[in-house]
Design a protein around this ligand. Structure first.
Ligand code: ATP
Ligand code: MG
Ligand code: ZN
Length: 296
């Protein structure tokens, strides 16, 4: 057979096969040569025709622009590469599978301060933060018996810093985490309720609940309506009942949460009975007032 030894002939053969299959189907093909081409409708993309494995980038799943099979295929189809996205990954060895998983987890985690990560290593020991720091460290490293960590305290005491440090430590240990501020979480949930939402409410809810560790920052910074109180209580309650990890920070006191949200929410966040929850207050002064905190 001619194409057994000749890769270009093999590709040509596949293209002819695919074209015949398309002509046989009754669906009109808007991507045939000569048809108008819109920028958001790729003329051709991986998957439309089989291609050699090494012509597709394992990292981004896009085509290598300079691969002979890609050049030959585009040429054979008489197509310009309009709307086709090529690999733009930096040169070098492709990341390993575990590197790819770690990169995906980091993206999903949605952590703030990508350029200047807040970690345990750059958390300065300060008076009034000792208890929170050690509780957060125990929790992050899986040495704690509790599933919920609740950090309370005034502005600038280091609550968000410690939450971020916990999430980063968990990622380093191979777990998944998702960080979100409560006001933004509620915006996202509200949006999912709209008729034209891309993802339905339950899908969005599930996206948050899928994380091994859910990190909710700034409880109390949102406008509380009965809807908000109910959704937040449901989210926390689901974690609480199933013994799943939740770390949360707030300026509010227990009685504020009970009054503005729900007694049910307060009783879970300040549960001192079951050992499921560690609520710890930071009593330090405002770090931002020292000129030490960069940004939020
Ligand atoms: N002990 C600390 N060591 C190093 N940096 C700190 C420390 N405490 C706070 N910071 C830094 O100070 C800034 C404010 O801290 P953080 O955002 O954690 O405060 P917060 O308690 O969450 O305040 P708010 O209630 O306003 O959200 C951040 O940039 C944080 O990294
Ligand atoms: Mg904060
Ligand atoms: Zn790539």
């Amino acid at each position: 057979m001619e194409h057994a030894s000749n890769p270009l002939a093999l590709i040509r053969q596949r293209i002819i096969g695919a074209r015949q299959a398309r002509q046989a189907s009754s669906t009109p093909q808007t991507n045939e040569p000569g048809m108008p081409n819109t920028p958001d409708e790729p003329l051709w993309r991986p998957g439309l025709d089989p291609l050699p494995e090494d012509s597709i980038c394992p990292t981004c799943s896009r085509m290598f622009r300079a691969h002979p099979a890609i050049i030959a295929t585009l040429a054979a189809k008489g197509m310009r590469a309009v709307g086709v996205r090529f690999c733009e990954c930096p040169p070098g060895p492709p990341p390993s599978y575990s590197d790819q998983v770690a990169a995906q987890r980091l993206k999903y985690a949605n952590l703030p301060h990508a350029d200047s990560p807040r970690t345990f290593a750059n958390f300065t020991p300060r008076r009034g933060t000792e208890g929170a720091r050690s509780a957060a460290w125990e929790y992050a490293t899986g040495m704690a018996g509790y599933h919920m960590l609740v950090l309370t305290g005034q502005a600038g005491t280091g609550k968000s810093h410690l939450l971020e440090a916990v999430a980063r430590e968990r990622l380093t240990l191979g777990g998944s985490a998702k960080y979100e501020t409560v006001p933004h979480l509620l915006d996202v949930l509200r949006e999912a309720y709209q008729d034209d939402a891309k993802l339905g409410f339950l899908d969005v809810f599930e996206r948050y609940q899928a994380a091994d560790l859910l990190v909710l920052d700034d409880l109390g910074a949102e406008t509380v309506t009965p809807w908000v109180a109910e959704k937040l209580t449901t989210l926390v309650d689901e974690r609480y009942r199933n013994g799943r990890d939740l770390a949360i920070a707030t300026n509010l006191l227990r009685e504020d949460v009970a009054r503005t949200y729900h007694e049910r929410l307060a009783s879970r966040l300040w549960d001192a009975r079951t050992g499921m929850v560690c609520s710890v207050a930071l009593t330090a002064t405002d770090y931002r007032a020292l000129g030490g905190g960069r940004g939020r």
